[in-house]
Design a binder for this molecule. Sequence first.
Ligand SMILES: Nc1ncnc2c1ncn2[C@@H]1O[C@H](COP(=O)(O)OP(=O)(O)OP(=O)(O)O)[C@@H](O)[C@H]1O
Length: 309
Amino acid sequence: MTEATMTGERLRIEARHLTKRFGDITAVDDLGFTVEPGRVTGFLGPNGSGKTTTMRMMIGHITPTSGSVTIGGKRYREFTDPSAAVGAVFDAASFHPDHSARDHLRVYAAMGGHPDERVDELLSLMDLTGAARRRTRGFSTGMRQRLNLATALLGDPRVLLLDEPSNGLDPAGTAWLRSFLRHLAGEGRTVLISSHVLGEIQQVADDVVVIRQGRLVTAAPLSELSGMEAAVLIRSPDAEALVQVFTRQPPAGPEPRVERIGPDQLRVWGPDAAHLADLAAAHHLRIHGLTTEEPDLERLFLDLTGSTR
Ligand SMILES: Nc1ncnc2c1ncn2[C@@H]1O[C@H](COP(=O)(O)OP(=O)(O)OP(=O)(O)O)[C@@H](O)[C@H]1O
């Protein structure tokens, strides 16, 4: 039986053993992950790793070879009003060049049974009211992206899927998109955004799902991923003595892991810079430089996905 999507419903996406083969190519390979409502999830992987194929399977554009992906426990086709459940933006979305932004939205609104007022609401929300009557052929990439987004939002969906939405956006457009997505997640919606560059989603994602060659590499909160890398770089003429102190009399809190990276340099993971400096001072050991190294998430991502830069 099918049911209408209720306002405020929280819909979790669940992929189980999801697999898609195109002839000899296995684009998606036994993939399992969940995407939680109320959060922004980054879907990451190098070019050709299967992100678009996976997202197209979520909305029934592509049929899985085996396994399943459900939204709120249902397959996309089981929703009586799919546009109220899921909105999707794919790169390839195109507009009739001679149609205005308003015409374009009206066509889609009519198809989905949405009133014309919704079109004006979205034009305003997307800051396109001023361009509503202009033909889309003259639209900038940013305007096209916003029109794509408006189209996906016509049914006020509880789940939003965005495939590489930052492509071609300027910094202002990217910042706007980030705050908009955060706002949608704050309303309990499920937001999945794909990218092949971690930096693009690092500032917006709560969780990440990383894939490589169609297989899951990791699925975790972004904070856990960054936690793996935090380090303090210490320059000291007493480096050897510091190693002894840190390993034999560790400070309270996380246990230090120490790497000697030169005669007078150490890298320490675990305790923060203040703890390490206090410990050195307590043992009258000299510190000439102390830097907290921001975790290089991009490096980590490239390592995880086996890419190079
Ligand atoms: N219709 C198709 N027929 C044959 N092979 C396909 C088809 N669609 C995708 N593929 C192949 O499946 C693999 C995964 O492609 P997909 O587009 O899903 O990856 P992606 O991670 O979205 O990449 P990108 O970041 O470049 O968009 C690739 O090897 C691609 O060439």
